[in-house]
Design a protein around this ligand. Structure first.
Ligand SMILES: [Zn+2]
Length: 328
C-alpha cells in the first residue's frame, strides 16, 4: 500500500479552498471574470502572505456564483480528494459566500451541494459532510445570520458549526451568541484557534465557545497546563501541518509540534486545510509525516481513528467508514 492509497479521514478543509485552480480558471473564463492576477505563470494560486491569501481566496470565490457552481465544485473537490485515498471528508462552507447569509438562498446551495456529494459518493466512494462556518473578520454581527443558516439546515449533510477567517479579529467570546445559537440547535462545534493566536486564544475558545474540536491549535504547545487540560477533556485538534509550514505558522516540518502534541496526550488528526493554495495533498501530508517523524501504519491509523471518533456525522456513517479503515 502506498501513502496515496492508504485510507484517510480528513476533518479540516475549506470547500472553496479545495477548488482546483484549473476549475476556478474554467469558471472565470465561462463568466468572463478577469481574475488572472491571482494565478502564477504555472497556473497555481499566487499570494504573498496570510492576509493576501485571504484576498486571493475571496477573489477566487467570486467565480462561484450560484448553487450550480457549488454543485460542480463539490464534484471536482471530491474527485480530487478520493484520488488521494480520502474516504471521509468534512468541509467548511460559508453562507456568506452562498447567498449572502439569506436562509432561503442558502437552502438552495445546500441542496445542490448535498446532491453533488451523493453523486460523488456513488462515483468516487468518498463521503462528505459540511460544517457551516462564520467568517471571523466579518465580525460578530455577521456571525449571527450565519449561525441561523446553520441551525435551519442542520441535518444529514450540514452536521456542524464553526468559525474560520482571520483569527486575530476580536476575541472568541465576541462570537458566543452565534455559537450558543448553533449549540442550542444541537450542532457540534469547532473553531480555528492557536494557528496565529497564542495558547490563550485556544484556552478562551474552549472556555467561551465550548467547542469539541479546535482548528489547528498548534500554539497550545506553548502552555503545558493547557495541554494537560485538553488531554483530559479529549479535545481534538484538526492539525494541518503542510498549511502551517507553507504559511509559516510553523518554522518548518522538523519544528512542527504535531508529534509533541501527541506525546502530551492530545488527540490530533491530520488535514490539508486549503490544499491547492498550500501546495499540498493528503498523500503529501502522510509522506512528510513519515519522513519527518518516522510515522508508520500505527501512527496513521491512530490519527484516522481520532478523526473518525471526532467526525461530525451520524453513527451509521461512522460505522461504514470504520469498516473501510479496517479493510486497509
Ligand atoms: Zn482552516
Amino acid at each position: 500500500m502506498t501513502y496515496r492509497t492508504m485510507p484517510k479521514v480528513e476533518l479540516h478543509t475549506h470547500l472553496e479552498g479545495c477548488a482546483p485552480p484549473s476549475f476556478i480558471r474554467g469558471l472565470a473564463a465561462e463568466k468572463s471574470i478577469d481574475i488572472s492576477g491571482i494565478f502564477n505563470a504555472d497556473g497555481t494560486y499566487a499570494y504573498r502572505d496570510f492576509d493576501h491569501f485571504l484576498k486571493v481566496y475571496e477573489a477566487a470565490c467570486t467565480t462561484l456564483q450560484g448553487p450550480q457552481d457549488f454543485y460542480r465544485l463539490v464534484k471536482a473537490v471530491l474527485e480530487e480528494s478520493a484520488s488521494h485515498g480520502v474516504v471521509y471528508q468534512e468541509a467548511f462552507v460559508s453562507p456568506d459566500f452562498c447567498g449572502g447569509g439569506d436562509v432561503a438562498a442558502w437552502r438552495d446551495y445546500v441542496a445542490a451541494m448535498e446532491a453533488a456529494a451523493a453523486e460523488a459518493e456513488a462515483e468516487f466512494n468518498i463521503t462528505l459532510k459540511a460544517i457551516v462556518t462564520c467568517i471571523r473578520h466579518f465580525g460578530p454581527d455577521a456571525a449571527k445570520p450565519t449561525a441561523l443558516c446553520a441551525a435551519e439546515t442542520f441535518g444529514d449533510f450540514i452536521t456542524g458549526f464553526g468559525m474560520a477567517g482571520g483569527e486575530l479579529a476580536g476575541r472568541p467570546g465576541d462570537f458566543a451568541y452565534a455559537f450558543d445559537q448553533a449549540r442550542e440547535a444541537g450542532m457540534p462545534l469547532t473553531c480555528h484557534a492557536g494557528e496565529w493566536g497564542g495558547p490563550d486564544m485556544v484556552a478562551d475558545t474552549l472556555r467561551d465557545l465550548k467547542v469539541q474540536r479546535i482548528g489547528h491549535g498548534i500554539n497550545a504547545i506553548k502552555d503545558p497546563a493547557l495541554l494537560e487540560q485538553m488531554a483530559e477533556a479529549g479535545t481534538v485538534l484538526e492539525v494541518c501541518p503542510g498549511s502551517n509550514v507553507f504559511l509559516k505558522a510553523s518554522g518548518g516540518w522538523a519544528q512542527h509540534p504535531i508529534q509533541r502534541l501527541r506525546d502530551a496526550g492530545v488527540k490530533v488528526t491530520v488535514s490539508t486545510d486549503d490544499p491547492p493554495f498550500f501546495g499540498t495533498t493528503m498523500t503529501h501530508e502522510f509522506e512528510m509525516l513519515a519522513k519527518t517523524f518516522g510515522w508508520g501504519d500505527e501512527d496513521f491509523n491512530d490519527v484516522n481513528q481520532n478523526a473518525l471518533a471526532a467526525a461530525f456525522c451520524d453513527d451509521e456513517t461512522r460505522t461504514k467508514i470504520a469498516k473501510r479503515l479496517e479493510n486497509r
